[in-house]
Design a protein around this ligand. Sequence first.
Ligand code: DX5
Ligand code: ZN
Length: 214
Amino acid sequence: MIAPSLLSADFANLAAEVQRVADADWLHVDVMDAHFVPNLTLGLPVAQAIQAVSPVPLDCHLMIDNPERWAPGYAEMGARNVTVHAEACTDPRAVARDLKAAGALAGLAIKPGTPLEDYLDVLPDFDTLLVMSVEPGFGGQSFIADVLPKARKARELVDAGHLTLIVEIDGGINADTIEQAAEAGVDMFVAGSAVYGAEDPSKAIAALRAQAAA
Ligand code: DX5
Ligand code: ZN
């Protein structure tokens, strides 16, 4: 499954940019607060405006401090999946519970340097695991292949019946890197520059999907 990241879209034309990826599985919306990451993007009012016009379910990736305070709002406005960073949460389980109570899937993201082992005990409460394959903050960075063992480990735990998780990867996914991620067992591939940087985003989605399934 492919989730184009709106971070690489034209922010002055969001309604049109959303339509260009209408055949995606999820639309990935990167929320950054200039505290948890050194960049600032958009918040709940803009996400809500995107939700109102998007034919594709929203996948909100919150790169923010104090996700306990803000994450439920994204679930309440109708996002399909809301992902918070493990490193920013004081009580990940409580966030997962609030997200699910508000009707969304609950996602946990881990930065490239964060061990999966540190969060194995809370993962049963989550629906998605987002393995970051770049340092969060900016689109267009190079894929960090060293994170793949974390995706592989999560896949093994899911396949063995120990966890029920959508394994998602985010950062540097393109025609050159998606196959390694697919081989590691990733289900959902976030791609920003590889989709919105393409002349035809819809064709880019189809090509990435085919490569991931090969
Ligand atoms: C980075 C964001 C990513 C970003 C991916 O902090 O979380 O979603 O948009 O962009 P690409 O695919 O260009 O690496
Ligand atoms: Zn993201």
